[in-house]
Design a protein. Structure first.
Length: 80
């Protein structure tokens, strides 16, 4: 039985991770807003959803300013 497990372990090939290309610096923390909005996967999704990237960035930065005024830690996107 141990031989069967060993054989299964050595022949099993893990499926490729489709998110691997998107990880980069994001793996350790949230990306800066500009980097997140420039990501090819994010751009493709925004295009499919008819989201204007400049409008979205403007709205997110405006919200970050409001959060900063309120003293909320979520405002870290404001400075990037």
């Amino acid at each position: 039985m141990a031989d069967d497990r060993k054989r299964a372990d050595t022949t099993a090939t893990p499926a490729p991770d489709p998110t691997q290309a998107c990880r980069g610096a994001w793996q350790r923390s949230e990306p800066p807003l500009g980097e997140a909005l420039a990501d090819p996967v994010v751009r493709t999704m925004m295009r499919a959803d008819h989201v204007d990237p400049q409008d979205l960035e403007r709205n997110l930065r405006a919200m970050a300013r409001k959060l900063a005024v309120a003293g909320r830690p979520e405002a870290h996107w404001q400075a990037d």
